[in-house]
Design a protein around this ligand. Sequence first.
Ligand SMILES: Cc1cc2nc3c(=O)[nH]c(=O)nc-3n(C[C@H](O)[C@H](O)[C@H](O)COP(=O)(O)O)c2cc1C
Length: 348
Amino acid sequence: MVDTKKIYMAPMEGVTGFIYRNTFARFFDGIDKYYTPFISPGEHRNFKSRELKDVLPDNNAGLNVAVQMLTNNAEHFIVTARKMMDFGYREVNLNLGCPSGTVVAKGKGSGFLSFPEKLDAFLDEIYSGLADTGLDISVKTRIGRYEQDEFYELLDIYNKYPISELIIHPRVQKDMYRNTPRMEIFDYAVENSKNPLVYNGDICTVEDYERFAGHYLKNAENIPDEPKSDKERNNKESDKKSANITAVMLGRGLISNPGLAGQIVSGSCTDRSTLRNFFDELVLAYREEIPDEKNVVFKIKENLFYLVNLFEDKEEYWKRIRKSDNLMELAAIARRMIGDGEFYRKKD
Ligand SMILES: Cc1cc2nc3c(=O)[nH]c(=O)nc-3n(C[C@H](O)[C@H](O)[C@H](O)COP(=O)(O)O)c2cc1C
């Protein structure tokens, strides 16, 4: 067990929609907040039916959910944020991280990071346009489009606004998901952000979390007054800095091991019967929601793409899962894997 901050489930388009979130919450603990995959408020200000379903209050009852939006149009953001407020949400989130080519080409997601002046004007408009609502407006950002040095200017801009939480995935767009998170830039944010920070990126195991927590979260809650010695004073300074990290956001690691947040928070183990019941419920829920079985197969495969990582023979399992296009067969392979597969352990 480690000293924990809050833990959030990352938005993952195609993966963490309302069916996944609800099923997950029935079986696993440890998540303080869920983020919807992005919705794209459009010209006509109406949602696609898939997007609307994902944010309908009835489909998110009992969960702490923030709605993420992908846009570079302040008016669209404001109109949609107000709708979300009418739905009962207390937080909306701006996506400044999506690295997909088509999104970036339109100057949205991490593509917006290339236009700091426009971004500044956009933020000015949305924070003033929504000031009367009391909504929390958080931002999820990469650290630049091409180079990490872009982040210094970006942080100056972010510091001008009351961002409820600045969620940082310390990669640039052109990294996509390659390379490792650029922690020196996250350090810069820890030192210089005026807004609370959330860390996101490559936390896939309890050990990853412990390493992060050991470095950034130690004693952050409990800063003693009046340091006596220089050493104490130095410690106090660094503790103060880490105190502005409010949470860690988990993405691929959590979908690979849905018990990860619970393991971090309470030291519990991911047990096979919970995992199996969760998987069965997920299949059932997707079947009820999606009429075409081919699409259910696609959804389940997308999920198993991550879940196989929990097992030692993941390549072998994935080969069989990838080949199968029959739901019953797929479910049988998955059940066998969950029931008998040896859990993966990192070799020393
Ligand atoms: C399949 C997939 C879909 C994603 N969809 C979104 C999204 O809708 N909005 C968003 O902000 N980030 C999205 N992300 C990025 C994740 O939220 C997260 O920032 C990224 O995976 C890094 O965190 P991790 O290393 O814990 O996975 C997506 C990532 C993946 C792999």
